[in-house]
Each structure stands twice: as C-alpha cells, then as structure tokens.
Write a protein that binds this ligand. Structure first.
Ligand code: IVH
Length: 682
C-alpha cells in the first residue's frame, strides 16, 4: 500500500467508525457487530502506526484516540471527578502477553499480581456516594463529562442508596456497568415489536436505550440491573489493591461480579481467562471478554506504567487520558459460522407482525444447530440486501437469537435478485398494512388462522395459564380438526373429542383434559397475560391483577385508574383500555367466564396491604432490605425503588436520605420498621 492509498483508507475508516460510534453510543442501535467494529478499529490503528508520517495521519482527530461519546439531548452534564477512561482491547493471546511484557519491563518483575474479571457487556456508569449516600449517577460521556442519569439509576432495584457499614469515604466514585438480564430483554423486546418498534439487537443496546429515557417511569418498568467493579476518585483513599476493592464493594452491600481471579504471572492470567470463558454463559450479564488489571494500586500509579493519551487537534499526545496501560481487555471472538440462505419465509406473529426469517442450511454454532435466523423486518433485509441463495455469516454473541451479520457478496450466485417483501399475509392473503412511522408490516385480519393459532398457543404457554402438554403441535392439531376455534373452546374439550386424534391416545387425552381442568383456576395475572393485551407482559399483568383482582373488575377499569398504577405510563394505560373497549375482546372475556374459567385472585393473606406500594430507605434495625421486600410481597404488596405520588408508604430506617425528603415533600406516609411489622402481623 502506498502512503497515498493508506491515507485514503485511513480517512475512510475514520468516517466509517465515527458513523458506527454515533449509532452505538448515542442511538444504541448499531448496524454491525462489536467484532466487526473492533476489526475496523484495529485496521485503522495498524495503518496509523505504519503510515504515521503520511499527510493527514499524525496528530489528527481520530477515533482510535478518542472515547465514544454517549452524551445526548435532555440530560444535565456532570464532570467526573476523575476521568473515566476506556480500555485497550485485543482478541489475541500474543497481544495479551505483550501487554504483560511491557508491564514486566516497566516494573522489573515477572510474577506481577493481576486480577482477571469478567468484561461486562453493559453501559458504563459512574456512581458518586457522598458520606455513604448515593448522590449522582453519570454516564461516561466523553470521559471527562457525562449525562446525569441519577433519577433513572435510582429505579434499579438491586442498587442500595446507602453504603452499608461504618467505613465509608467522604466522596467516592464507584464505576460499573448497567445491564439487562436475558429474560427481561426478551420480554421488553417482545413489547417493542408488538408496539411496532424496531427490536433491539441485544441486551446491551436495550440497556443503553433504556438508561437514556427521559421518563423515569418507563425506566422503572424495565428491570435494569447493575454490577460494580471500578474505582474513580476517592477521598480519603481506602484500599490498596483491586482485590481488596472488590471485597470492600461487597461489604458495602453493592452488587459485584459473580467471580474474579487474583493471580500471579501471565500464564495464570491466561488460565483464568480460559476458565472464565468456560462458564461465563451462566452469568446474569453478557460477558464479552475478560479484563486483566494490575492488582496493586501502587503499581498502577507507577510513573513507568501510566496512560495512553487522547487525540487532540494538532497535538500528538494530549494530557487527557484515554486508557490505562495497567489494564487490558481480552475479548472472546463471537461464535460465527458460514452458511447459506435456502429461503426467506414470513412468520405471522400473534399481533399480526410479519417477520422475515432466513431459512438456513443447518450449521453448528456455539453448542446448537442453527437452522433459522430472524431478519427482523423489511428495512433490515433491504439494508443488508440479504437474498435467497446468499452465503451468509451467522453469529451468536451478545445476540441471544442467532443473527445474520453479513452477506458474503463475493459468493453470491449470479442469478440472484433482491428480496421483495410480500405485500400480503402469507397465510390469509389479507393486504399487509404498515402504520405511519412503523417499521413492521402487519396482517390486519383478526381472524387470520395463524394469528388465532399463536394467540391460543400464547394463552396456554408457560407465561400464560401454563397448560402442560398444550404446545404448538397440539394446538395446531386441535385447530385442524375443528375442535377449537378460540381460547374459551379449550375449556369445553372432552376426553372423547381427543381420543380419535392419536393412536391409543387414552392416556394422552386423559392427561391433557386433567391439565386443562387444573388451570381453570389459574392465577388471574396468568389469564391476563395470556389474553395478549398489547403492552402487557407478565409484570404488567401482575400489576393489573393486584389492582383489579378479577376479570370482571378489570373489564370496567377506568383510564384514570390504569394510569395510577405504578410503572404504567399513558401508553400502557391507553393500550389496555383500547383492548378492553373492543367488542371481540369483551366477548372473549365473557366467554372465558361462561366456559367455567375461575381465575384465582392474588393472595391478600388477610391484610390490607395488597396492591400497596412501599419504598424502603435507610438501614432498618433488624430486617435487611431483601427480607422486608420479601415480606411485603408475600402479602400482595409491592416494593419500588423510587418515591412518587403513587407510593403508599415509605419505610425509613437509620440514615434515610433523599427518598425520605421526597416522601415528606409529596406527603407520602413515612413509617418505621416497628410499624411495618405491625402491618405485616410479624
Ligand atoms: S475497568 C480504567 N473492568 O469495558 C479501566 N471495565 O472496553 C476501565 N467494562 O470502559 C474500566 N467490564 O465500560 C473495567 N471488569 C471490568 C469491565 C469494564 C466491562 C467496560 C467499561 C470499560 C469498557 C472498555
């Protein structure tokens, strides 16, 4: 490559990476996988090194020397007391060993002590605790100044507002990662798709999108989680090593990584990384690598170790810190495989959403055989230009659902043509519709056999009334034989109806009828969830069940009663009322009751606490927060992380902070543990 060619490629890569940074950090909707992104950055870094003297290369404003800026509109900006740097990363064992080689040389020792931690695939955050009390939560931003997301972070249930114990510094910045668990990711993405919005590619993007919501109520309705591992500013200093710091975080009652290793020497580091790779899939958060850190803070601060600097206009290496030389991220390459698209089919969802699916030549990937991968929607297919017959790469990484990450255009058959998204439902042939501003095409026909089948399947599924033995195949069979047409028909099935369906089907028929009988009295929330009301997943169904207790009362729910439910926004309330107003749905409820369904209302345990929302703050004299929460929930109450007008009681203990102030400002009753115990009959 000539210097001129290199300069051109460098300019191209810089522009491309800037585009992907914008999508990843600000929009939380990346178009390429992390692995491909890291590949572009590695190529750029290599060219910048090799052609450092070419025109326009040195000292320029370049993404390899910058932190992807996440700051966005609508948030106050807060300066970090200590810069929030990023990390160098590698996928290569040899490069990891070079990292150690440099440190060993700088410090004059081979058997350096390191920690090896999971690299959590979430959204970086810095929490400030002042005298033990959480006062601020800020995103990384440009490394110096981030967005103030304190109100949103306060909704995270597992995060204590106060540090436990006496040994707390005056001011400490504690760094970590906000993430979403796999189940929660699926739940929200399903609602997202039902609402006609583009699904998030993976939990990390959804967590990033959530934490930047301006409506804290919406944030509270999603179960974000947090894990802490890093130290920023701290006055006075507390511990001398990363290992001791982890122990301190745990003592303060903060959520920490499930596991980390304290080891000596690079071989032990490598062994720990292999071990981590072996069981990282069991962690609550996505883990895309390992972070290796010099354990001793004194060694981290050694003048020969230091930091890489950031790019600044005209200056080669500026004073602003980019990444420490005492740490390195080793990333696990995603599991990828090449295969071919046999066909592109259209799946009709319960709500009529038409989802294109790539039917693949079966390929073995990360422990399972992959035969299908979602292509999300018409726009996605067009963007990637995926065609029938194409050779493609499929990947399972942060993406739990296998995704087509790239088309190998060079292997494309000559006769291939762009995929044309059908304009009608492939099942009932109704003309597909796409609402203004939506990406999803839908089948508008309420009687579409596929929608009917999926609705029944959903009703009987694990998250619905959970009828054992009534899965996809059986539902299809019952529909095909005309034994059921709608959900209530399930409860009118007789053993004799089922007998002819299978050879010597006595036992099967008996079991299925018994399973259906047993679920006539399923919990109300299961029935509500099973009805498939837009915007309503299991959590919202539980809220509805707690508030209205029976289907009969739910049917009469007033819009203002719906909006008052904690965690319900305007959107959910409207969706529920609209669904209830539909005559077909009213009839569905009537018919379910007529067919003898008698849902069980949530437990009250003889207390008046059912449906009441509590907020716990401060340290209670005897109960831990978890114990108090479990007790409240056991009698049908609810525990929330933040105080609002909808809160019924704030339970305050020692050193209660801003929640107590807020409760007083809003006139929410404040009680102590003794009072709570009386209420709970303890
Ligand atoms: S240490 C100065 N430890 O990955 C050291 N970072 O790619 C920087 N991350 O900016 C942070 N897990 O947002 C550290 N165990 C871990 C981590 C971790 C995830 C994130 C963090 C960091 C990014 C770098």
């Amino acid at each position: 490559m000539s210097p001129a060619e290199a300069a051109q490629r460098i300019a191209q890569l810089r522009a491309e990476i800037a585009h992907h940074d914008e999508l990843y950090y600000r929009k939380a909707q990346p178009e390429i996988s992390d692995f491909d992104y890291d590949g572009l950055k590695a190529e750029l870094a290599r060219l910048e090194r090799e052609f450092s003297t070419a025109a326009g290369v040195a000292g320029a404003d370049t993404p390899t020397r910058k932190i992807g800026d996440d700051r966005s509109e609508g948030f106050a900006r807060v300066r970090h007391r200590q810069s929030m740097t990023t990390l160098d990363n590698t996928y290569d064992e040899a490069e990891l060993r070079e990292f150690h080689g440099r440190l060993a040389k700088a410090l004059g020792a081979e058997d350096l002590a390191y920690t090896v931690e999971p690299k959590v695939d979430g959204v970086a955050v810095s929490l400030t605790y002042e005298n033990g009390r959480l006062t601020r939560a800020v995103t990384r931003g440009d490394g110096e100044e981030g967005d103030d997301i304190t109100v949103n972070v306060r909704t995270i249930r597992g995060l204590p507002a106060e540090l436990r114990g006496a040994s707390v510094p005056q001011v400490i910045e504690i760094r970590g990662e906000i993430f979403l668990g796999e189940d929660e990711f699926r739940r929200i993405n399903q609602l997202q798709e039902e609402a006609g919005e583009a699904p998030y590619a993976n939990p990390r993007n959804l967590a990033a999108g959530t934490i930047k919501q301006l409506d804290a109520r919406l944030v509270a309705s999603r179960r974000l989680e947090i894990v802490l591992y890093g130290l920023g500013y701290c006055e006075p200093a507390i511990v001398a090593s990363q290992t001791a710091y982890h122990a301190q975080l745990r003592q303060w009652g903060l959520p920490v990584v499930e596991q980390f290793w304290s080891v000596r020497g690079i071989d032990a580091v490598w062994a720990a990384i292999r071990e981590l790779d072996g069981f990282r899939r069991g962690f609550a958060y996505g883990t895309d690598g390992a972070v290796v850190k010099l354990d001793s803070f004194e060694q981290q601060r050694h003048p020969k170790v230091g930091f890489r600097g950031m790019a600044a206009d005209g200056q080669a290496e500026a004073a602003r810190k980019l990444s420490p030389r005492w740490a390195c991220a080793f990333k696990f390459a995603p599991d990828r495989a090449e295969t071919r698209v046999r066909d592109i089919t259209i799946q009709v969802g319960r709500t009529g959403a038409l989802t294109p699916v790539a039917e693949l030549e079966p390929v073995f990937l990360a422990g399972t055989t992959v035969k299908r991968a979602t292509l999300h929607n018409a726009d996605e297919i067009a963007r990637k230009d995926v065609r029938v017959g194409d050779a493609v790469l499929v990947e399972k990484a942060g993406e739990i659902i296998p995704a087509v990450v790239a088309v190998l255009v060079e292997k494309r058959p000559t006769e291939s043509r762009p995929f044309e998204f059908p304009r009608e439902c492939p099942v009932c042939r109704a003309a597909a519709k796409r609402a203004e501003g939506e990406v999803v095409w839908r089948c508008p026909n309420p009687e579409c056999p596929e929608k009917v089948r999926r609705r029944i399947e959903h009703f009987a599924s694990k998250g619905g009334v959970d009828i054992e033995g009534l899965g996809e195949e059986v539902v299809a069979l019952l529909l095909e034989r005309g034994l059921i047409r709608r959900i209530p028909d399930l409860f009118r099935l007789k053993r004799e109806d089922l007998l002819p369906l299978k050879k010597s089907g006595e036992i099967w028929a008996g079991n299925l009828i018994a399973a259906i009988e047993a679920r006539r009295t399923a919990d109300v929330w299961r029935v509500i969830n099973g009805l498939g009301i837009p915007q309503v997943g299991a959590a919202a169904a539980k809220d509805l069940a707690r508030t209205f207790r029976t289907l009969e009362t739910l049917r009469e729910a007033k819009p203002e009663e719906l909006v008052r439910i904690e965690g319900f926004g305007e959107k959910t309330a409207v969706a529920v009322r609209r669904w209830l107003d539909d005559a077909t749905n009213q009839e569905l409820i009537r018919d379910l009751l007529a067919a003898g369904v008698q849902p069980t209302p949530p437990a009250v345990a003889g207390s008046a606490l059912s449906g009441k929302t509590f907020v716990l703050t401060g340290t209670l004299p005897t109960l831990t927060r978890e114990e108090a929460a479990a007790r409240i929930e056991a009698v049908g109450g609810k525990v929330s992380g933040s105080v609002s007008k909808k809160t019924h009681y704030v339970v305050a203990g020692a050193e209660a902070g801003s929640k107590l102030e807020k409760a007083q400002a809003l006139g929410v009753p404040v009680i102590d543990e003794a009072e709570l115990r009386r209420m709970l009959g303890m």
